[in-house]
Each structure stands twice: as structure tokens, then as C-alpha cells.
Write a new protein. Sequence first.
Length: 96
Amino acid sequence: MRYAHLTQDPIERLARKRAGAKLGWYMHAGVYLLVNLLLITLSAASGRHWAVYPALGWGIGLVAHGTVVFLVAGGGLHERMVQAERDRLAQQGPRP
């Protein structure tokens, strides 16, 4: 098992942290959709299509947020880096 070295308490904390991060992204996406729907409505009513610019800018941020939540943190990159550092320290001894 990948997290066999963790006791139940740290596993619970890690699970809650990851679930919170995912919930945060879903909330971010929901606000993005609602606000941009409003902006598109205002943009269409004025006859100009300016709403695409804030949607694109914010969309880039939303994609970056999703990448961190689902690929970097959820993909185990952090855990692999921590384990690699533990292995290095075990071989070489603790040095600053």
C-alpha cells in the first residue's frame, strides 16, 4: 500500500486536505461560470463582445488551479518528491 507508513490520523488529514482542495476548485469553477454568464449577458446587451477577455484571463487561472489540484497534488508528485528527499537524506546523512 502506498501510504502504509502513515497512521490513521495523517491519512485522515491528507484525505481532508485533498478533498478540500478539490472542493475549492469546484467552487472556483462554479463562480467562474456564474460570473461569466452574467458578463456575457451584459456584453451581448451592449452590442459589444468584450466578455471574452475576462473569461479567457480567468479561464487560464482556473486551468492552472485545476492542474495543481488534480495533477500535481492529486497525482502524488509531492509525495514522490518527499520520498526522494528522504531516501537522499538516509543515504548521505542530514546536511543543510
